[in-house]
Structure formats: C-alpha cells, structure tokens
Design a protein around this ligand. Structure first.
Ligand SMILES: [Zn+2]
Length: 101
C-alpha cells in the first residue's frame, strides 16, 4: 500500500486528513489499475479537491495517470474495455441518467 507523501501527512498534525489519505490508499490497494485511476480521477473532480500534484503525492499515481483517468471518465469509460460488460440485446438501460455531485 502506498504511503501518503503529502505535506500534511508528513507533518503529522492533522489526524483526520491522515486517516482520509490512508483510506484512499487502502481502497486503491484493492482496485486494479484502471479502477484506481478512475477512483482518483473522480476524487480530483470533486469540488474543493486537492490539485493533481497533491493527489499524486497522496496516491503515488502520476499526474498524467490522473489526467488520463479524468479523460476516461469524461468519455463515460466507453473507450475502456470493461471485460465483464454485458452484451446487451435488450435496449438501453434505464440507469443512464447522470447524477452530478
Ligand atoms: Zn496525506
């Protein structure tokens, strides 16, 4: 599991931030490469999210990887093979509306 290298965790003063960053890396450790990229990309899209540089320190991913993840998300992951994706014969799924947070 990656250990966060951000200034806050290095300083060790803000336990809540430290725990949060630890949890991010914990989740990341259970995801594969693509999933991790999309997870961090979605974190980076949150209002008030840390910059890509800081997210790179937190997660150990490169800023390039995070940018790529964001691009994947913007493309609705269409370009990215899902492997297990259902080959639908039955029309559009209903859950297509986007929920913005
Ligand atoms: Zn941190």
């Amino acid at each position: 599991m990656h250990e966060c290298e951000c200034d806050i965790c290095q300083g060790g003063e803000d336990e809540a931030v430290k725990r949060y960053h630890r949890h991010i890396n914990l989740v990341l450790s259970r995801l594969d490469e693509g999933q991790g990229r999309w997870y961090v990309a979605s974190l980076s899209s949150e209002p008030g999210a840390p910059s890509d540089e800081v997210l790179a320190q937190i997660t150990g991913l490169s800023t390039k990887t995070i940018q790529r993840g964001r691009k994947d998300l913007e493309g609705e992951l269409v370009e990215v093979g899902l492997g297990r994706q259902r080959r639908g014969g039955g029309g559009r799924k209903k859950a297509e509306k986007k929920t913005r947070r």
